[in-house]
Design a protein around this ligand. Sequence first.
Ligand code: NA7
Length: 542
Amino acid sequence: QRAPVPASVDVVIVGAGFGGMYMLHRLRGLGLSAIVFDVAAGVGGTWYWNRYPGARCDVESMQYSYSFADAIQQEWQWSELFAGQPEILRYANYVADRLDLRRDMRFETRVTAAEFDETASRWTVRTDRGDVVSARFCIMATGCLSAARMPDFPGMDSFTGKIYHTGHWPHEGVDFTGLRVGVIGTGSSAIQSIPVIAAQAKHVTVFQRTPNFSIPSRNGPMPEAYAQSWKQDYAAKRAEARMSRNGIVAYPLDRSAIETPEAERLAIYEQRWVSGGTTFMAAFNDLAVNKASNDTAAEFVRGKIRAMVKDPATADLLAPTNHPIGTKRICVDTDYYTTYNRENVSLVDVRQQPIEALTPAGLRVGEREYAFDAIVFATGFDAMTGALTRMGIAGRDGETLAAKWEAGPRTYLGLMTAGFPNMFMITGPGSPSVLSNMMVSIEQHVDWIADCLASMRKRGLDLIEADLDAEDAWVQHVNDVAHTTLYPAAASWYMGANIPGKPRVFMPYIGGVGAYRQKCDAVAANGYEGFILGEPAPVAVA
Ligand code: NA7
């Protein structure tokens, strides 16, 4: 039984993941009324849905957590260096309990439309349960990787076995014991789940279109002394993360790879490889911008793959050659490559010859049919824009967000988009978001939005909108900065390249988390430069 939904609130928040949770907390602190909708049955967002075997954060636990409440960051104890999905979901629930968030949340409720009413300067938000809520502000905390993508192979309905998508995993779990399993995709979700599925299944066949670079996580139980070293110094470490490149304290080396003598360079890579995890790309300062430098890192990892995988043909297929390392989000794994040494695991290259169709027994590649009891789609997401453009958002003159963004997303600072007044996005396209530790980026956006609303109230204003010229300039800047790097060289989901027909635009802002924060703060300090602020709409007289 769902609690009643108020007809009118100050703010509707869409999404009860880490963004929506903290946003609600901040709005309460400002004395604003808010209601949060989420299609899930509980909090957690990404960590509610992605329950596939082996699902784990690729940012280490001590850094992937809220920093806004010292009591919470001191109380919570992570059990592993890299937390798994169940533990992160427990953490989200713990925070929700601790802050009593759920009383303003309505679950199992999908927002189907959000329309801006220009006469009243208010949003009308509708849900699939028939709710109609009027709100002054609408905050989209819908996540960057939340709209799961299923390829539309012919014969999808004909397959008689089970079909799963990693991003919509059954809550009761799946027992693969004794089953023949096909896995489609070799992104982060596949790389995490394949070793775990292979340990259970009779046979696993992996269909790889593009190999990815993966670094061993070196995950393990959290040493108490390590946790304490963070907790005792959290204020300083969090401050460092906020001003860093990716929102992660990674101790980057400030020197060029290509200018470092080879033996020394290899020793540095080796040391990063052995310590494991996310910080590999911080080994040198030019890996993202200098192809020759990048090649040295890529070749180092390819060498590791060849050393780990016994069958040379399989090793060759697994060693990525078609994109610079790091230009697709680097994966972090536990035993991924060595899993291919197991007798019950095989790899099929579907780059030249794609999967043609699903069949009643399995799937077909060219003339060959593969039979399965279950097929796991680890095929990713309509990243960054999918959740927003699918929602039925309409701004001024009834213009839909989907129409406005037809040629690619356009935002000012990734926070607002012109023509959609009073609608904010948390970690929207045009902000660092997926190129960063999401926790750091989420907190930065939530704080910025909350401070903005507080400042507007103080000045008696209640309308804010991105200025079109400021937006155009920001989009140009996001694009210019992206093209100073090697990132656009990869056909990645950062570029929309994984969705047929999606425009190829580099969506996140790659200028760095710290530089971006300074820009946002400067905009606020200059009276919200680039935003148009307005008076309250006059009350209509009958
Ligand atoms: P990703 O990284 O988008 O990976 C999806 C994978 O699925 C990728 O290897 C794709 O190959 C593959 N794919 C997609 N469609 C097909 C078809 N039709 N045939 C064969 N292979 C296909 O999603 P993940 O869920 O793994 O990870 C998303 C992020 O979550 C990750 O970066 C972390 O930040 C956490 P492609 O590369 O497109 O050739």
